[in-house]
Design a protein around this ligand. Structure first.
Ligand code: 4AD
Ligand code: MG
Length: 466
């Protein structure tokens, strides 16, 4: 037989081959059932949520042949594509040859049975992409990454690569992972007994970045409009369904934008991404909706269709104080809002996404533009149903003296970011930007409840095995 090339199942379902054609498919067995005469194998190759039915004549292959063809085995099938008579599929393959690439012993294959809990699947993260649920999530993750690049490219933003290893702490939160080649059992010390980082690889103390913003601002102040999209790392010991120690962040930064432009960009960007998901990930979203979150599609459409509410932190706190709602954490002017407060505003009060602005300076980072009142800064958080904060951003303080004063008030050591401070000396300009937590976006779009389930290999406290 003339050799033919493998066709992906997604392409067969898109009718890229005629009925009667000889096709070559490869994938993992999801189920196998049948009788003395015929075996039905449901094959999945990861290209789509849908399985392809393989029909094999038992007499032709011999009964013993099917013994090792069990759930999880990887096979290569060549056969004829035919219209299916059975329910549940439009097409199937009548197998001519089946080659077994790899077996999966039913006694030990962890995914032999269906219906495992998400918690169990986290323990076998190396295999969970084989399940329908995680296949769907990771395909959506891919499409969203692409949509993010497309949105910015189509809108004239440049992808600006900021470093992973830095000497600065952009957020001032102090929750950084140190990067070092020093020998912990024999660290060089100066005469005061402190670790001598001049002996370290970079000749200084370095860490994994918590945000690409500070370097991104340098890009915006030269290329005009940039975005970063990369991994960020935070050593916060927060074991919540919304925090990862390693997560991906998208950070646009735009010269000549004020906070209103920034809010417009955030709203347009989020709506574009949700629309893109509904258009390009329909099968996967429908699957997740059916199994995890019946209101998912409705919620996604709702966010696209409605304007986000915009109000100040002060107004938000007033609403929360008057709500009569019992919160675990108290609300008062000056308090850092918790997810329960954010979700109250979004889900109970406004029933729409909310953008809160003008936060007390004490609870926000040093770089945010200071308001005239001397108390608040031009920060903005976008709050989403089920998620709480999905975006955090601000207009930046463009005035050198004001920026220096704020760092002094905070007692910050600006040595590691001297270069950032300099941007305000040479051709400073109003500018603004924000950070979208990629996994929080994926949580929203997939309807999943735990952030560990939307990244292939979650990094959380005590968890970095695979
Ligand atoms: O609000 P954050 O800390 O803002 C910044 O880092 C700014 N430098 C962004 C900017 O203005 N360029 O983080 C931005 C977003 C949050 O709104 C949240 O969606 C996500 O990043 N995020 C996390 N996601 C998962 N795990 C964590 N530990 C996260 N911390 C923040
Ligand atoms: Mg934030």
């Amino acid at each position: 037989m003339e050799s033919i090339r493998r066709t992906k199942i997604v392409d067969l379902l898109r009718k890229k081959k005629e009925f009667g054609a000889t096709v070559d498919v490869k994938g993992w067995v999801r189920t196998i059932r049948g009788n003395k005469y015929v075996s039905f194998i449901h094959l999945n190759d990861g290209s789509t949520i849908h399985n392809l039915q393989i029909v094999a004549d038992v007499e032709k292959f011999g009964e013993a042949f099917f013994k090792p063809v069990t759930t999880g085995a990887c096979i290569h099938v060549v056969g004829t594509l035919v219209e299916s008579q059975g329910k549940g599929q439009t097409m199937e393959i009548q197998a001519d040859t089946i080659e077994i690439y790899g077996t999966a012993d039913p006694e030990t294959y962890p995914l032999q049975k269906k219906g495992h809990s998400l918690e169990f699947l986290r323990e076998i993260a190396y295999l969970r992409p084989r399940t329908n649920t995680f296949g769907a999530i990771f395909r959506i993750r891919h499409h969203m990454s692409y949509a993010i690049h497309k949105y910015f490219n189509d809108n004239g933003f440049f992808y600006f690569h900021t470093p992973i290893v830095t000497a600065s702490d952009a957020e001032g939160a102090g929750s950084m992972f140190q990067v070092t080649t020093l020998d912990f059992n024999n660290t060089p010390r100066n005469d005061k007994g402190q670790v001598d980082y001049s002996e370290d690889f970079f000749g200084r103390q370095t860490n994994l970045t918590v945000s690409g913003q500070l370097e991104g601002e340098l890009g915006a102040m030269s290329l005009g409009a940039i975005y970063t999209f990369g991994p960020t790392f935070r050593a916060e010991n927060s074991n919540t369904p919304r925090h990862l120690a390693e997560f991906w962040m998208i950070e646009p930064e735009v010269a000549f934008y004020d906070i209103n432009d920034n809010m417009d960009l955030a709203e347009d960007f989020l709506k574009y991404l949700i629309k893109y998901a509904l258009e390009h990930c329909k099968d996967d979203i429908d699957f997740l909706s059916e199994h995890f979150d019946k209101e998912l599609v409705e919620r996604l459409n709702f966010v696209i269709a409605n304007d986000f509410v915009r109000l100040t932190y002060t107004e938000g706190v007033e609403i929360l104080e008057k709500s009569g709602q019992k919160f675990e954490f108290p609300v008062y002017w000056g308090a850092d809002l918790q997810s329960e407060h954010e979700r109250y505003l979004v889900e109970k009060h406004f029933k729409r996404p909310v953008i809160l602005t003008d936060y007390p300076k004490e609870i926000k980072s040093f770089y945010m533009k200071q308001n005239e009142d001397g108390k608040t800064v031009r920060g903005m958080d976008v709050l989403f149903p089920k998620i709480g904060e999905i975006i955090g951003g601000s207009e930046r303080e463009a005035d050198y003296d004001k920026l220096v004063n704020r760092t002094k008030e905070l007692g910050m050591n600006t040595d590691p970011i001297w270069w950032y401070m300099e941007t305000r000396k040479f051709g400073t300009a109003p500018h603004a930007g924000f950070g979208l937590g990629f996994e929080r976006l994926i949580l929203f779009i997939t309807g999943m409840a735990n952030i560990r389930d939307v990244i292939p290999f979650p990094r959380t406290p005590n968890n970095a095995e695979f």
